[in-house]
Design a protein around this ligand. Sequence first.
Ligand code: PLP
Length: 429
Amino acid sequence: MSQNAFYGFETLAIHAGAAPDPATGARATPIYQTTSYVFDSADEAASLFNLQTYGYIYSRLGNPTVAVLEERVAALEGGRGAIATASGHAAQLLALFTLMAPGASFVASNKLYGGSVTQFSRTFKKFGWDCDMVDAEDLDAVREALAKPTTKALFCESLANPGGVISDLETLASLAHGAGVPLIVDNTMASPYLCRPFEWGADIVIHSTTKFISGHGTAMGGMVVDSGKFDWAQNDKFPSLTKPEPAYHGLVFYETFGDLALTVHGHAVGLRDLGPAMAPMNAFLAISGAETLPIRMERHVENAAKVAAFLNAHPKVAWVSYAGLDGNPYKARAEKYLGGKAGSVFTFGVKGGYAAGLKLVEACDLFSHLANIGDTKSLILHPASTTHRQLTEAQATAAGAGPDVIRLSIGLETAADLIRDLEQAMAGL
Ligand code: PLP
């Protein structure tokens, strides 16, 4: 489909990046299950390898099925280009790989998915990358961390997993830009249907497409989307994009590719050398999932609001952190950034703390006890003993995953059935 700025979100979710297959007329996007692509000539091969011609070489760097998903998610986010990866974590690695270097640092909100806290604060240290975790509500702390000369980026989640914290994207973008660095937003929990961070000044969006975009709990995947608007040459912080790249005969990515520099670098260097490419089959599943993202998100949110209201009124429930509920401290931000639709993943605590929480999780029948979110099926988890167990108690509590916290990802079943399941589980406490 030719990109048309006037198409609505639903149309883009179904058509962006895709066209009937020119060879066969197949209407669905074919799964190009191939590792490599025949060169027309030695000259064409040389030109492809020099990045002088756009085309396919080897599926670690790019694949036609994966490219459809890249274009689709870029269109849904209103971005310039995208890089698909094997998982959401690989997307974070790839985005930061272009910006970082040994001795460099980045600033991240401490309200993040537990796996991201571990990746940032432990594993990335092995590359010589430092992460300053800050309370993103403490703007002086954010400013101070951003002012460090080694800082290359500010990272947050639009709607944080699992605590339901909603970042003040507009303010964080302006603080990041004041320090000459991009704002990177993990938009996994909101999906581009509920929130488009570029509209609030973000520069790079990250997705775990494993979650709502793919939507059916069937395919791992990640995405880095670039707005194309950040000026990489405004300072000397980003030499990967602004200095000659020896592995491409001294090519300067920003000079050569302009607003596509980060996207091309992500494929031509990031995917080429780190290797976490998305599998074509997983791209196909995510493309199919993306087609129904708008209607799925509507029902996810509708069901979540009903379940949250039920829990909020239940005598055995101590608290519910759903930004759609009256009195929730993030309700105003849900209105501003999520169109009043507070997603479908939230946490609550039952009276009786850790032990009662675990008992409840085990007593659920329709809810599946597992470590994922954004599935059609409803999911339940005790983060402190699972996804956030690598964290110290202080880190887990800061991330909204303290000992009594139970996380729900509300799926697309009949809402009354979900409520009945929680009710029977609660009766046993
Ligand atoms: N970001 C968020 C908000 C997540 O919830 C997750 C996974 O749960 C990730 C990133 C990592 O994604 P993946 O599991 O696809 O690597």
